[in-house]
Ligand binder design. Structure first.
Ligand SMILES: [Zn+2]
Length: 58
């Protein structure tokens, strides 16, 4: 078992922890329109928020 690398910033509401490869890709409509090419954000698989904390293994 590997340790979780990141956790959702909504630690109270969501509590998701996992690795970068567990993140879900979500189409970023604003950037897709802006750049004219498909842009995706890596989001929390539970609540779809975009910001993650890095978990420091001490
Ligand atoms: Zn989350």
């Amino acid at each position: 078992m590997s340790k979780p690398e990141i956790e959702c910033t909504r630690v109270r509401a969501c509590k998701w922890q996992g690795g970068y490869s567990d993140l879900t890709k979500k189409l970023n409509k604003k950037d897709t329109k802006k750049y004219g090419t498909e842009c995706n954000d890596n989001v929390c698989p539970k609540c779809e928020c975009k910001t993650m904390y890095e978990i420091k293994n001490t």
